[in-house]
Design a protein around this ligand. Structure first.
Ligand SMILES: Cc1cc2nc3c(=O)[nH]c(=O)nc-3n(C[C@H](O)[C@H](O)[C@H](O)COP(=O)(O)OP(=O)(O)OC[C@H]3O[C@@H](n4cnc5c(N)ncnc54)[C@H](O)[C@@H]3O)c2cc1C
Ligand code: FES
Length: 233
């Protein structure tokens, strides 16, 4: 695993941006890929986090605090050392149709891989819609125009998506399952699941698709919406 020193952190309630300086380079990280991150001093398994940004051995993650490891990251001081391995998963760019422009729809921590996609492939982005409930999230983002804040407008990210969508556009989405389920067929959806290994051996991230069981870590995390058997998720 690669040593990752926490060098910057900005938090707003249960969301935060955390920048780590890695001791070694990640191998060609691309948008949609994730790292498995572990804390050294606690018996917690490594957990998956999408790459929000990566440059010159500096890895930024956008994290929602939900439990033990994410809680530990939030409470860690600058200088704390974690460990990462990866990157894993198939880059979005290898799965999507490059002839289209995309609406990026993110909900909560699902914004992370979409941010990296928009950094690496700005020419493929038509519009970014990043949905959150509370306005406090504005503290974390420089580009405010991508934010759809339910508390401010009374509209969800899916409501705004319906207002701007037209059929020639592609859809690239990451976020809660109920949000992904409402999107039209043809959408590319990035799934999150519980993961043990991140490399296709433990089978904890299995998902039922029309072509049989697939692993989110190795075959995904991106799938066509119509590939997934949603009733099993
Ligand atoms: C490919 C992938 C990319 C991800 N990228 C990000 C990211 O960029 N930012 C981010 O904040 N999170 C991301 N996640 C989710 C992240 O892995 C979990 O939030 C994390 O494992 C929780 O660890 P914990 O020890 O804090 O929570 P735990 O103490 O293990 O669990 C706390 C609660 O969270 C639930 N939970 C745990 N893991 C998941 C999960 N994977 N999905 C849904 N609920 C879960 C548990 O059921 C429990 O209710 C990603 C997951 C995957 C599979
Ligand atoms: S996390 Fe182990 S097979 Fe996917």
């Amino acid at each position: 695993m690669i040593e990752a020193e926490l060098i910057e952190k900005r938090t707003a309630k249960d969301y935060g941006l955390f920048k780590f300086k890695l001791k070694e380079k990640l191998k060609d990280p691309d948008a949609g890929q994730f790292v498995m991150l572990k804390s050294p001093d606690e018996p917690i398994l490594a957990k998956p986090f999408s790459i929000y940004s990566y440059k010159n051995r500096k890895l930024t993650l956008f994290i929602k605090r939900v439990g033990r490891l994410t809680g530990k990251i939030f409470s860690s001081p600058i200088g704390e050392v974690f460990y990462v391995r990866g990157p894993y998963g198939i880059p979005y760019i290898k799965k999507i149709d490059r002839d289209k422009k995309y609406i990026l729809i993110g909900g909560g921590s699902g914004v992370a891989p979409l941010n990296f996609f928009s950094e690496l492939y700005p020419e493929l982005v038509y519009k970014k819609l990043y949905g959150f409930k509370g306005r406090y999230i504005r503290e974390l983002f420089e580009e405010q125009s991508s934010l759809v804040i339910e508390e401010e407008s009374g509209k969800t990210v899916v409501d705004i998506f319906r207002e701007v969508y037209s059929e020639e556009l592609g859809i690239l989405a990451c976020g809660p399952i109920p949000m992904l389920k409402t999107l039209p067929p043809g959408s590319y959806v990035s799934l999150e699941s519980v993961m043990g290994c991140g490399i296709g051996t433990c089978k904890s991230c299995a998902v039922k698709t029309k072509e049989g069981i697939k692993m989110v870590c190795k075959d995904g995390p991106l799938f066509r919406k119509e590939e997934i058997q949603w009733e099993w998720i």
